[in-house]
Design a binder for this molecule. Structure first.
Ligand SMILES: NC(=O)c1ccc[n+]([C@@H]2O[C@H](COP(=O)([O-])OP(=O)(O)OC[C@H]3O[C@@H](n4cnc5c(N)ncnc54)[C@H](OP(=O)(O)O)[C@@H]3O)[C@@H](O)[C@H]2O)c1
Length: 243
């Protein structure tokens, strides 16, 4: 039988987009849990100053989702610095409004570059190390918009990108299951961050998820044993038909 939960000490987790918002809350939670962290962000110096983590247990590296080389260089720097990789949180993401009337090709390209292609690249670079670690864990921060189309006001571009991220999660699961890697598409509803400050139709401010609540779920997913696999975790802020 598996141990009830995985140990924390000595395990290294990489998190993209930890500069602010949900990524920062996840980094703070996992650091408090006792993990060693490798943070991939656009401005490493500013993030290192803002988070103020013990450098013995955290490193901050340049990762820009629109600069393809930085996915591999961040993961390589993680291995050079910490010697192993046990967990990956693909968190960095953007929202743009793209419907049949609003937005355009440039917005769609940005949504797919940052929300889909970058997680694919990071996963590809990280998988050999996650396989080698045993009990590797990947949490992809998708959205309820990765599970359904809310209504006609939703950003079709964002919805398509998050559905693609859920598909990437399942594909990664099949690619790495035999090596003990477990993958979750975490699909939260509205979270109180800058991202949705002006998104029409989003859950009203008083009813949104706190970033710390979602970080709590990531903390749990990192500790669950191989026999307690959660491939999709949908978190609703309001009543929905199916999810
Ligand atoms: N807020 C919600 O309601 C909600 C709900 C469900 C899922 N999500 C998902 O949760 C994740 C985090 O979102 P959030 O709410 O925390 O948004 P946020 O406050 O806007 O933060 C976005 C994060 O992504 C990073 N990022 C953006 N573009 C990047 C790029 N080109 N390269 C590297 N990093 C980049 C940002 O870094 P900089 O500081 O450098 O800009 C920031 O750290 C996203 O994947 C989002 O889709 C959000």
């Amino acid at each position: 039988m598996d141990a009830p939960v995985l140990p924390v000490a000595g395990r290294v987790v990489a998190i993209s987009g930890a500069s602010r918002g949900l990524g920062r809350a996840i980094a703070e939670r996992l650091h408090a849990d006792g993990y060693t962290l490798s943070l991939g962000v656009r401005d490493p110096d500013a993030t290192a100053r803002r988070l103020g983590f013990d450098p013995e247990r955290a490193s901050v590296h340049r990762f820009d989702a629109e600069d393809a080389e930085t996915a591999g260089s961040w993961i390589a720097a993680t291995i050079a610095r910490h010697g192993r990789l046990d967990g990956l949180v693909n968190n960095a993401g953007i929202f743009r409004k793209v419907t049949f009337e609003e937005g355009g090709e440039a917005d769609l390209d940005a949504l797919f570059a940052i929300n889909v292609k970058a997680p694919y690249r990071i996963t590809k670079a990280a998988l050999p190390h996650l396989r080698a670690a045993g009990h590797g864990r990947i949490v992809n921060i998708a959205s309820t918009d990765g599970k359904r189309v809310r209504d006609a006001t939703a950003s079709l571009g964002y919805v398509m990108s998050k559905h693609a991220l859920v598909a990437l999660s399942h594909a990664t699961k099949f690619a790495s299951w035999e090596d003990g890697v477990r993958v979750t598409a975490l699909c939260p509803g509205a979270i109180e961050t800058q991202m949705i400050a002006s998104v029409p139709g989003a859950t009203p401010a008083g009813n949104r998820l706190a970033p710390e609540t979602v970080a709590e779920l990531v903390s749990l997913l990192m500790r669950l044993p191989d026999t307690a696999t959660i491939s999709e975790l949908v978190v609703n802020t309001r009543l929905e038909a199916s999810y």
